[in-house]
Ligand binder design. Structure first.
Ligand SMILES: *Cc1c(COP(=O)(O)O)cnc(C)c1O
Length: 392
């Protein structure tokens, strides 16, 4: 498989065929497996070989195909597939940490990730230091010789801050800390986690992998030692495994991921251009666009700013709500990376419960809109958005 390019491997990597020689990957919708003899069962429980399964919470042939394919796409040796992005984030963190450990994390985090760090892990005696993820000096000051693990979102949600990943990885590794990158925003196609040396990349496959608003899923990608060691042991005993039907839809979705993400990212770049000089827009954030304060860093890391942009409507919440309510194609919802374009007002939905001072610190203003660009014709999306902005 190694000699083929990524798009080819997205269609073929990990495929395991049954004795029927099916073309499309089979969905093995089974919890358990039958053994030829009592001795065979005993041997399987002693040491399950490659392609030998015991129970779907531990592993399943369809899930295994998906794990191999997603690990390959991100350039990692192995992956463990989980039943949601949060099962992957909380599983990876809990599997690798113990009481007394120190963690440094960027402050601009998805709300549930912040809850896992600040509430759950702190409750079990893990010390957490939060830093401004865009400030390399802050990372350097916070990472200590006894820091066990460093965590961040490669590109933060919803304000699209970019972490200087190669530099943060260098700082962490110099002090012996593991680096976990929550890579949901980066999209698989434009991900640079492996290239920058992140030990583990965590993906909410709910986002670009599914890409069509159907399935919840997640994956923890890393070295075979980490994935089949502490990660698998923790995940298989605590019940966060992906179900085979989700793995099957994800396998089919990976076949088209590159085409979808490239089309969505191209649409997002065009919408960013259209919004940049619009009089109703006071601020635009798209990682690789000139208007983003970190555009030089973003361009050095990745060929595309991704499928999501953020902008501020002049006139605060009332003007912003008028714009959202005037949209015809773009739907008001709270997910991203769907084939359908989605507009979100983070201040009153996904980040409603965040205290005002933290909203201010993260730039989540009353006029902020997060826009996930789907697969519609970009010309129609630009027309929809500019017409709606007229209502501001
Ligand atoms: C969506 C998201 C998650 C959680 O994923 P789920 O699949 O919804 O559990 C975690 N981190 C980031 C950055 C996300 O965008």
């Amino acid at each position: 498989m190694d000699k083929w390019r990524r798009r080819t491997r997205a269609v073929h990597a990990g495929t395991r065929r049954s004795r029927y020689g099916e073309v499309s990957e089979a969905v093995f919708l089974t919890q358990g497996f039958v053994y030829d003899s009592a001795e065979a069962a005993e041997a399987r429980f002693e040491a399950a070989g490659e392609d030998e399964f015991i129970y779907a919470r531990y592993g399943n042939p369809t899930v295994r195909m998906f794990e191999d394919r997603i690990a390959d796409q991100l350039g990692y040796e192995d992956a463990f597939a989980c039943n949601s992005g949060m099962a992957a984030v909380s599983g990876a963190l809990t599997a690798l940490l113990q009481a007394g450990d120190h963690v440094v994390s960027s402050r601009a985090l998805f709300g549930s990730c912040l809850y896992v760090l600040e509430d759950i892990l702190a409750r079990f005696g893990v010390e957490i230091t939060l830093v401004d993820g865009t400030d390399n000096a802050a990372w350097e000051a916070a990472i200590r010789p006894d820091t066990r693990l460093v965590f961040f979102e490669s590109i933060s949600n919803p304000t699209l801050e970019v972490v200087d990943m190669a530099q943060v990885v260098r700082l962490a590794h110099a002090r012996g800390a593991l680096v976990l990158a929550d890579d949901a925003m980066a999209t698989l196609v434009y991900s640079y986690a492996r290239e920058c040396g992140a030990d583990i990349a965590i993906i909410s496959t709910t986002k670009h992998v599914d890409g069509q608003g159907r399935m919840l899923g997640g994956a923890i990608c890393g070295s075979r030692d980490l994935i089949r060691g502490p990660i698998e042991t923790y995940m298989k005993h605590t019940g966060g495994a992906m179900n085979p039907f989700t793995a099957w839809t994800h396998l089919k979705a990976l076949e088209t991921l590159d085409l979808r993400v490239r089309a969505q990212a191209e649409g997002a770049a065009r919408l960013a251009e259209a919004l940049a000089d619009h009089p109703a827009v006071s601020k635009l954030r798209y990682p690789t666009h000139d208007a983003h304060p970190q555009h030089a860093l973003a361009r050095s890391l990745t060929a595309s700013g991704g499928t999501v942009l953020a902008f501020e409507v002049r006139g605060g919440k009332p003007a912003c709500f008028r714009v959202l309510n005037a949209l015809e194609i773009i739907k008001i919802s709270n997910n991203f990376a769907d084939a359908k374009s989605i507009a979100t007002h983070p201040a009153t939905t996904t980040h409603q419960r965040l205290p005002q001072d933290q909203k201010d610190a993260l730039g989540i203003s009353d006029g902020l809109v997060r826009l996930s660009v789907g697969l519609e014709d970009p010309e129609d999306l630009i027309a929809d958005l500019t017409a709606a902005l007229g209502a501001a």
